[in-house]
Design a protein around this ligand. Structure first.
Ligand SMILES: *[C@@H]1O[C@H](CO)[C@@H](O)[C@H](O)[C@H]1NC(C)=O
Ligand SMILES: *[C@@H]1O[C@H](CO)[C@@H](O)[C@H](O)[C@H]1NC(C)=O
Ligand SMILES: *[C@@H]1O[C@H](CO)[C@@H](O)[C@H](O)[C@H]1NC(C)=O
Length: 320
């Protein structure tokens, strides 16, 4: 305000200087607001920060639909940015407790989408296949044979929690993998914040499942613990980079300090979270073991510079 008055009190003869000074100040003010958004992030950071939108869209839609029967188009259409509606997503048959927890996760994911899109422009919601069949296919691949009846993630609390075991953990390993590659403190702060809550979601899901680890997943013969081991083994197989995933029960060599077989949280030999690259994550979420071959939950592949870069390197075949 003071500066402003100063300009207005200037004699007419210096009006040209005044115009230049005002323009300079306007420019400075403008560029200082820009600094807080995308202006000075490196390309590496922007690409790495937009990549997780692929998983955050998945989680937001799966949790929103599962708990409330409605998706981003009802809750925060601006964030969907005109992307296609997810295929086959619906409300799950959940108890009050689980519905409550998943509703909280759902809104957390809405926040995550907004937080990322405040820093990078990103892309609209990609096409997601969240149908029961899509999860059923993953479970069949995990157990190595077609389950009969097919696994239905929407059927009850336990099935839904097992299906949730599939998701936040993959995002979590992505954030751990991305962090050391980020150049700006702004990017690292965002990723640390996202990682914290994604890890929390994973811990809640694992704890709820851990209580029932020895119970059978009806009508199948396998226990909850065995399901988690199979899903983790499938992810390691698809990711093609060694052990970065552990079920709720593990061989003792994989337990914390090789001292326990119970494994409520996954971690490496020093109990640090495992990290995964975008390639590994795409191989897993496409269900194909190939970052160049979309499928599974992403029938047309992921979006953003990194995911699209791999799609382009595919031999020229029509993806549709
Ligand atoms: C942009 O640069 C300024 C000054 O160097 C720095 O304070 C700020 O954190 C940077 N912003 C981003 C997004 O990297
Ligand atoms: C969704 O996934 C299921 C199981 O893989 C598949 O049968 C179905 O065709 C998929 N839908 C679309 C539209 O891709
Ligand atoms: C919903 O879940 C409950 C318990 O988890 C189960 O008893 C009931 O049969 C389920 N209802 C439907 C329609 O699947």
């Amino acid at each position: 305000m003071k500066t402003f008055n100063l300009f207005f009190q200037s004699p007419p003869s210096s009006s040209i200087t005044t115009i230049f000074a005002t323009a300079a100040i306007t420019f400075l003010l403008f560029s200082s607001t820009m600094v807080n958004s995308t202006a000075n992030l490196s390309k590496t950071d922007m690409d790495l920060l937009e990549f997780p939108l692929n998983l955050e869209y998945f989680e937001a839609e799966y949790f929103l639909f599962g708990s409330t029967g409605k998706g981003l188009d009802s809750v925060e259409p601006r964030l969907a940015a005109g992307g296609p509606r997810p295929i086959g997503a619906k409300q799950a048959n959940l108890s009050l407790l689980i519905k409550d927890v998943i509703t909280q996760f759902a809104y957390q994911e809405v926040g995550h989408l907004r937080a990322i899109k405040k820093i990078v422009k990103g892309f609209p919601r990609p096409l997601l296949n969240l149908s029961a069949q899509s999860f059923g296919t993953v479970m069949n691949a995990a157990v190595g044979k077609p389950l009969s009846p097919p696994f239905d993630p929407y059927a009850n609390d336990l099935n839904y929690l097992i299906s949730c075991y599939v998701i936040p953990y993959v995002g979590l390993t992505g954030y751990v993998g991305a962090n050391p590659k980020l150049e700006s403190p702004v990017s690292r702060k965002l990723v640390a914040g996202l990682l914290g809550v994604e890890s929390g979601q994973d811990a809640v899901i694992r704890s709820l499942l851990y209580e029932q680890a020895d119970e059978k997943v009806s009508p199948y013969k396998m226990t909850v613990g065995e399901f988690t081991q199979k899903i983790s083994q499938l992810r390691d197989k698809l990711g093609k980079d060694g052990v970065k995933d552990e079920g709720l029960d593990v061989p003792i060599q994989l337990g914390p300090e090789k001292k326990t077989q119970g494994n409520v949280l996954a971690g490496d030999q020093d109990s640090l979270a495992y990290g995964r690259t975008p390639q590994e994550i795409l191989r897993i979420v496409y269900g194909t073991g190939d970052e160049k071959a979309p499928g599974g939950f992403y029938p047309k592949g992921g979006d953003g510079v990194i995911a699209k870069g791999y799609l382009k390197t595919k031999p020229s075949k029509n993806l549709d």
